[in-house]
Design a protein around this ligand. Sequence first.
Ligand code: ADP
Ligand code: MG
Length: 240
Amino acid sequence: MIKIEQLSKNFNKNEVLHDISLDIKKGEVVSIIGPSGSGKSTLLRCVNLLEKPTEGRIFVAGEELTAPKANVTKAREKIGMVFQHFHLFPHLTVLENITYAPIKVKHLTKEQAQEKGRELLKKVGLAEKESDYPNRLSGGQKQRVAIARALAMEPELMLFDEPTSALDPEMVKEVLDVMKDLAESGMTMLIVTHEMGFAKEVADRVIFLADGKLVEQGDPKSFFEQPKTERAQDFLAKIL
Ligand code: ADP
Ligand code: MG
């Protein structure tokens, strides 16, 4: 589903990602962890070309996004993204937030989009909130709307950048539960998270980034219990 070949990314002279290669299979759930500033967000943003790689190639669902003639807008429709700070449209209701892109981009009728939107709201446990504006919702509810909104475009893969980091502790679980359901439904997911419990339980693979390099990867159990590199051992000792 995702193939990254020798990706490097510089911001001016600052090399933020260095020679990263990565293959992610359809249905795989991969957690990216690593210290602050290690390039996790930049890596995710390269996958949907919100950042342009300095070097290397990126393929999503068989298409090369980094090809000179790639239709990036079209390719991005396959990729849902959820951010730390929700980014809901404040002037639209919950249901309108969800139906906006399907109507505008996928040319669904309003009725089709609403039907699908209501289905998704039910899935994330917010059916009764469809007419509310985002400022009436808790952080956990906002993030669940953001997930439903991304899913409304029927993406083939979902990227999550610290989706629970801005939430009060009591709201973390409701969001992780939605993500867990999604993982179990077979969605391909790439998740930057500090929720080690979640990574352990839900991820098929953990990737450890430090200083812009892919330092270590493995199945969650081996990674958390027996990290191979000193860099990962140090990091885990600080956070666990
Ligand atoms: P992480 O998500 O792991 O905390 P980031 O990918 O956000 O790390 O950032 C990695 C490095 O890249 C940091 O040193 C950050 O300052 C730098 N960086 C990120 N985005 C930009 C940008 N748009 N312009 C310049 N530097 C950036
Ligand atoms: Mg980040």
